[in-house]
Structure formats: structure tokens, C-alpha cells
Design a protein around this ligand. Sequence first.
Ligand SMILES: [Fe+2]
Ligand SMILES: [Fe+2]
Length: 206
Amino acid sequence: MATLNTANSTKKTMSERSAKAAAVAKAKAVAPDLEARIGSTPKTKFRGNPDVFGRLVEDHDRHRALLSMIEQTEGKSRDREVLFNELTKELKAHAAAEEQALWSSVLRNPATTDDARHAISEHKEIDEMLADLAARDMSSSGWLKRFAGLKDEYLHHIREEEQEQFVAAEKHLTPSDLRYMRGVFNRRKKEEKAAAKVEKKIKLKD
Ligand SMILES: [Fe+2]
Ligand SMILES: [Fe+2]
């Protein structure tokens, strides 16, 4: 029995590892010369899962990689511009598709309304931080400092989703709901990303 457990856990670890590696490779394709080190990530049981949560964590890992790559860029370089553009479109499309595929259903259930409301309000905050960064001078020394604020906020958001809100939501959704949601997410993410625009707006209140 012990041998079987070890075999299962090894298999699970491998699929988690390959799910993470595939997500990082997608980010790296944007600027192949930069390292994409995301290091250790907060523990989640969803990485590599075939349902909507596995798909969402795959995007989160891709975003973790993009955030770490932007931190390695300097001044108003082409890499910084291209990566920030990609990050903005990724985060906006991911948030919108996540709201349409998952949070809209979670919001309708009184047991999980607060979780959905929390996630959606953070999406709005992240959107405002992205627009603020887009409106500021990328070559200034303060840009990367402000960017660090966005990185902290986003890492906090996805950690909470993976460890708290997805866990709570899962209890109220059936396996077929979760599979269906993955399909909706994939379709909407593609459409939202194609339509996503980088908006520039200084955030007056910090
Ligand atoms: Fe989210
Ligand atoms: Fe998310």
C-alpha cells in the first residue's frame, strides 16, 4: 500500500511540475533571452488538474513568470515594453474570463457570494494599477518600484484564489460544472485577449 501511495504522489508531482514548466515556457516565449524564475510557489492542490481550477493555476504560473521577467528588465527597453504589454493583456483577459466562467456562478450562491465579491474587487484594483503603470514613464527609476507594488498585489490575489476561494467554491460545484467552466474559460480568455487594450490612467489615490 505504501509503495502505491509513493507511486501516486510521484506521478502527481511530475504532472504538477510539467504543468508549471509548460506555463513558464509560454511566458518565456515573449522574451526568450530573459530567465523566467518563479521559484517555489504557494502550495495548491489544483496545479495540473483537468478542470477549470487547473487551467486557472496554469495561467497564474504564466503570470508569475511574466512578473519575474519584467523585474529583470531595465529602463525603457524593448523587453520591458513587450512584456508589460503582454502582462496587461494576459491579466485583463484572465480576470474577465475568470469572472464569466467561474465567479458569476460562485456569486449567485449565497454561501460563496463574499468570496466572489472579494476576487472581483481585487480584479478592479489590479486593473487600475496596470493603467497607472502604463501611464507612467517606464525609464524612470520609480517605475520598477511601483511595479513591485503591482507584483505584490497580484501574487497575493492568486495565492488567495488558489488556497482559499477556489477551495471554498469547489465544495459547491459538481465535476461536470468544473469541466464545463474550463471550456467557457478557454473560449472567453481567447476572445478577451484579442480585444484587450492597454489603458493609461494615473491612479490618484495610492
Ligand atoms: Fe482572479
Ligand atoms: Fe485567477
